[in-house]
Design a protein around this ligand. Sequence first.
Ligand SMILES: Cc1ncc(COP(=O)(O)O)c(C=O)c1O
Length: 465
Amino acid sequence: MTSKKVKSFIKLEEAINIDQKEFNSYYRKNINSALFSIFKLLGFSKIDIESAQGSFLYLKVKTKVLDFSGACGSLNLGHNHPEIINAEKFCHENNTIDALKFGVNKLQAILAHNISTVLPEELDTTFFSTSGAEANEAAIKLVTKAQGTKRKYIIRTKGSFHGKTHGALAFTESENFSEGFHLGFPRENILTIPFNNLTALTEIIEKYPHEIAGIILEPIQGQDIVVPDKGYLKELQKICSQNNILTIFDEYKIGLGRSGSLFYFQSQEATPDILTMAKSLGGGKRAIGAMVTSRSLWEKAFGKKKDATLHSSTFSGLGGSCAVAIKSLEIFTSSNFLQNVNDLSEYFFTRLDDLKKRYPKKISSLRGRGLIIGIEFNFPISQQSLNIPFAKNIHIAMMGSIVRELLLNHNVLTYFNGSSPNILNILPPLNTSREEIDFFIDALNQVLDQKYTSLIGKFCKGAIS
Ligand SMILES: Cc1ncc(COP(=O)(O)O)c(C=O)c1O
């Protein structure tokens, strides 16, 4: 008889000092082994983070890593922002209530009010979620309920990302995320059009007159960092409103100051019927998202008493999450905050432009707005198959080797998406500094100075080991 090793429970106080090899093995065995292999390839599994503050991760080996990954948009205020920590402390010291289902949660009501003060007047009614995908689910349900089932289609755009829960996934076109699943919104009721293309929008409306309920899109597409033409959002909103099609703008990645405006749509004279936000609303500490719409649209869908609980969620707007979100919003709207983002953005793009001039064969373009930045690489080899797990295409291996090198030899954390492996994504905290930007530029400069063959060689060595 084989004896089974007894698993021991690890207490919180012990957890913090657990050896890296050991917690890596728990991650691989008890969470996601395939994802762990990807982390390993990119060097991510090699860093043992003791603490995090501002733009930096402090490692056990007494080095610090500049985190310009932004946790995909959740770290607009960086790690453990002191005012966010104070908001948390305030809740603990005052024993503020978190979970309350039967009664009015004060902090929730205040947060909803505050959100309405920073948005166009008509956007005054909020539903809180815990994740971004759930806020989009709420938006889709609102559109469906308000429009009735005769308007059976909802439009999404090519390259879109709106989350991975069953409903939100139906509207995520990017990569292969929705392949092989039954979806929360029927595939046959989804129309897909190219992003930043008004002709495609008018054509599809002509094809299905009075049958389209809504459209969901990211005002700047976050996966490939695609900024649409000036006037696109305004004209799209106008066409949709003329045809009674409700617009949902998903600003998770680009909202809350990231684009240089509080929300990007506000700089484009286009107000959606529904706005969704999440990620940095929680100040990098709490999970909270929000769907914001007009009172009239909300009333149309859920205004009757019998419909008041048709859409709800247990952890919708926990007191502490709302407290933190009130504080984050206060910081994002404080004087000079956005001006500083725009100044840093200008500095960052100028420095990147210089780098592009220095390496014209390697960097083909720079994308983005504010502090969501994409550096597009011009790889010398066309896409072809490789036999390394996760790096089946050569561009993934090449960008993987750049990300790994930046992390392990230059202490800078960045990332890229499988949808466009030639684009390095840079999302620094919005309160970064010129010195930190200089540090990043120096690191990238040193990586660009190396031959691709040398980078790939190191990457393959890492993959094999
Ligand atoms: C634009 C956009 N929409 C939706 C989501 C999904 O949000 P969450 O991961 O919180 O469900 C994301 C997450 O990356 C996103 O970037």
